[in-house]
Design a protein around this ligand. Structure first.
Ligand SMILES: [Zn+2]
Length: 291
């Protein structure tokens, strides 16, 4: 085993050396893309296998890579209890926005998902829950009619079945190509969540990188418990837009999860590794409260 680890270490070192040389020469053609990944934070070149085992968190600096909705689900649902709802719902083009459906189709091919959120019910430990997971790789997790509708139906199901609700948010905001139809989803999801809340049920929002725009300004920040993943960017408009509007320089960590915790905007900041046990703990307190 140690031999194997040594061998892999040597291989990585040799590759890094070669990588540096190649970078200097501007020749990157032969690098096996699927084997290595560069950390966006510390620039360390990492073996994909190692990062995968670490739930896509950089083993060197703790940077959280963005991950797909399915990968997140896999990490939460090792017993395969997830029953998906409305997976066939797919966008139409209500405003005849040029090339919109082509773009949707392109992202359907890339992500193998029909839309930017997956929803359903599952067992979290031994607690039944309703869960929605947004996928930032599908048009930056933007919320159009389908995303809004799937989330609304999920919340309604949770209310009807008296289930705690967990939504993993990841979004660039409302989907521009559907204009006002996208903005209407903010009100729709909020109303459904209000009814869930009025029924005395628990909702937990997990804000992952990035949670912005119309999603941040609606259901994402309306949970009973708001958890943010380490390093996530959370806000309405981006820092550049704000700086240009107010003509002031913003603090360095502005809109980052840790900064927002300090300001009371989120309740808990956690790492991906600790997330599952934290969610189980939050839901089990709720179960106790109901007895
Ligand atoms: Zn790193």
């Amino acid at each position: 085993m140690n031999d194997f680890i040594d061998k892999r270490k040597k291989m990585l070192e040799a590759f890094k050396k070669e990588y540096r040389n190649r970078t200097n020469e501007g020749e990157m053609r032969d690098i096996p893309k699927d084997m290595f990944v560069k950390c966006e934070e510390c620039n360390e070149l990492l073996l994909v296998e190692d990062v995968e085992k670490n739930l896509w968190v950089c083993p060197k600096c703790g940077f959280h890579f963005r991950i797909s909705a399915r990968l997140r689900l896999k990490a939460l649902d090792s017993n395969n209890t997830f029953v998906e709802m409305n997976q066939e719902l797919s966008s139409v083009n209500p405003l005849d926005f040029p090339q919109y459906l082509e773009k949707v189709e392109k992202y359907q091919t890339i992500t193998q998902e029909k839309e930017a959120v997956i929803t359903g019910t599952m067992m979290l430990g031994n607690i039944p829950i309703a869960i929605g997971i947004m996928d930032s790789f599908f048009m930056m997790g933007s919320m159009g009619s389908v995303v809004g509708e799937k989330i609304t139906r999920l919340i309604e199901k949770a209310t009807m079945m008296r289930l705690p609700l967990i939504i993993f948010c990841a979004s660039g905001g409302a989907r521009m190509q559907e204009g006002m139809f996208s903005l209407m989803q903010m009100a729709k999801t909020t109303m459904a969540l209000t009814r869930h809340d009025a029924s005395g049920l628990l909702s937990i929002m997990v804000l992952t990188h990035p949670t912005t725009g119309g999603v941040a300004a609606s259901f994402a920040t309306l949970g009973d418990i708001i958890i943010a993943e380490h390093g996530a960017l959370i806000g309405f408009a981006g820092p550049r837009v704000i700086e240009q509007t107010i003509h002031e320089t913003l603090p360095q960590d502005f809109q980052k999860a840790e900064f927002l915790l300090e300001k009371g905007f989120v309740d808990i900041v956690t790492t991906r590794r600790e997330l599952l046990s934290l969610l189980i703990k939050c839901c089990s307190y709720h179960e106790v409260a109901h007895e």
